[in-house]
Design a protein around this ligand. Sequence first.
Ligand code: ADP
Ligand code: GLC
Length: 484
Amino acid sequence: MAKIEKIKKKILFVTSEAHPLIKTGGLADVSGSLPKALAELSQDIRLIMPNYQALKTNGPVRFLCTVRIDNRDVNLLETRMPDSQVIVWLVDCAEFFNYPGNPYTDEQGNAWPNNAERFALFCRVAVICAMDRINQDWKADIVHCNDWQTGLVPALLSLEHDRPATVFTIHNMAYQGIFPADQVVAINLPGQLWHPDGVEFNHMLSFIKGGLVYADRVTTVSPTYALEIQTPEFGYGLEGLLTHRKDVLVGIINGIDMDQWNPETDAYINPKFNATTLTKKTQNKTKLQKKLGLPVNAKVPVVALISRLVEQKGIDMVIDCLPEMMSMSMQFILLGAGEKDFEQQLQELALLHPDKMALTIGYDEGLAHAIEAGADIFLMPSRFEPCGLNQMYSQRYGTIPIVRKTGGLADTVIDAIPETIAQSTATGVVFNEASAGSLMEAIKRTMLLYTNREAWDNMQVDAMKKDFSWQRSAEQYLELYQGI
Ligand code: ADP
Ligand code: GLC
């Protein structure tokens, strides 16, 4: 490793969200931590993202320069990631990014109508910066792009002479950035890119193809998902292209931010605890029950779920299981927001079972930490899950995850079966089929395990000991950069 660290690369990390500046999901967690981990490996890394109105910077922001794109003046601002030295460049275009709320959708969840133009502009500014056309004496060696919002960057860079190497990371194949063909004109796309082997997909404009076709390396966020996306079930029509590129496609599992998600230091929880002080976890459970208006009972298993409420996460299966779950001895806590239909069905169920179910619709960082600290069991029955972070946070907090065997869930949770329990490697409960029946079976199996206190405590300790730090994954990315 020492040899790799010595070669310092200039890396431009291109992303549409980064925690704690702005977050809608796991992409923000990754963009918040991976650049920091690479900086710790002595890399010269800068992050570039849009300057949304809702961005929460806490340090000085300085004006860098103005670039002109399609008759628009776009400012480039510079700040740092909070609590870190990582430089952040903000693409400041009021017409496109100065709206309140979510980066991608309005309050009803409808995509902003000008998303193609917004993110095409973002990509073009990223290219200008990567090539150092802003005269900062900093030309990127590597441009690392993430998800469809950045997909045009590798495509546009492919047209440049003496260009940096490009990496495109798929965080979710379900979101591809597909727009009507007339957007090609609106975004002033160079004609050389508009063909079926380029960014055209079924006569539509596909941003993600810009990354998948043109990047020098394609990565995704777990080894299992890297295989899954080469099949029709998970490739959504792009499985052929991904199979064609399999020699440059690799799955690197995400890490977690070990400082933010650390039960020994977590500012959102009280008391703090570790694997040797699990009775303090029970105190967190009591506090959580009180806070959410559930009967205080240390013995009853508390099952929790924190998620975007979308089909990917298997919320429909959970809704199907809830009537039976409510007949069992357990409490159920859910924190999430998303599709209105799911929100409404969950609200109806919560009204029927006020003593057993606590529902919070919304996004609440502090409550998410308190739930991880206080719950016994965490549900993550995703239909697909490129990586998933909450199953790792849960293990770190001694909250046993129930997960479906897919993507990163399959790669990070070890099923509690007699052998793994005996070997002290079990850290959760894993089930196969995406059906309410299989989920219910897994829940029942977990309830049974919960009754064996000693085995349960051991499993909690084994889960808490697992190393989910970013360092190993960051080293894998570094090796990948060096190898291009
Ligand atoms: P995805 O990116 O597909 O939503 P991940 O598991 O990778 O899934 O990441 C989700 C992240 O968002 C986690 O950090 C999780 O704690 C957080 N999260 C999701 N919903 C909420 C919510 N309603 N309140 C607080 N945090 C949430
Ligand atoms: C996506 C995926 C999730 C993954 C996250 C970060 O949002 O849905 O599984 O953990 O990206 O890579």
